[in-house]
Write a protein of this length. Structure first.
Length: 157
């Protein structure tokens, strides 16, 4: 069994800024559901969906770069990962999270999400990654989430 995460960077200034502040080339991450759709948190109306945690069509946006990470796991953990994500659908995007990078916001607060927090929390909840992840309480960027996946033995496609 596996789970897959899609790490991307767009061409918009907002995407490039997030990548720069993340000290890398990634600005967004979505979970790839077993049916190919994407589940993630976004700040904008895109793919016919409002901001927040939503399931979107796989072609909802164009990307300058795209990396798929496949993480090996067992059936129980895979189910828990997707169950956690589905429980978050409809929660708002955390617009204050970017300021939280400066002001020590706890990324595990589950009332709202940014993309990388959501995926890291799902990995912890399912027991795929160690819990708690030893990351700054106020900063889980797409690059930090990709590093966690790499440490879990993710295969990069």
């Amino acid at each position: 069994m596996t789970i897959q995460l899609q790490f991307v960077c767009g061409n918009a200034i907002s995407s490039r800024t997030i990548a720069w502040f993340s000290a890398g080339h990634l600005s967004h991450v979505d979970a790839i559901l077993p049916d190919g759709r994407l589940l993630g948190a976004r700040s904008d109306h895109v793919g016919g969906k409002p901001p927040g945690v939503q399931v979107r069509h796989p072609g909802y946006a164009k990307w300058v770069s795209r990396i798929i990470m496949t993480i090996p796991t067992d059936q129980t953990k895979q189910d828990k990962f997707y169950d956690f994500l589905r429980m978050q659908i409809g929660k708002p995007y955390d617009r204050l999270a970017i300021l939280g990078f400066l002001f020590n916001r706890d990324w595990r607060d589950d009332d709202s999400w940014i993309c990388s927090e959501l995926q890291a929390a799902a990995l912890e909840y399912a027991g795929i990654s160690p819990s708690p992840l030893y990351l700054a309480a106020n900063k889980i960027t797409p690059v930090a989430c990709a590093l966690v996946c790499s440490a879990l033995g993710a295969i990069v496609n």
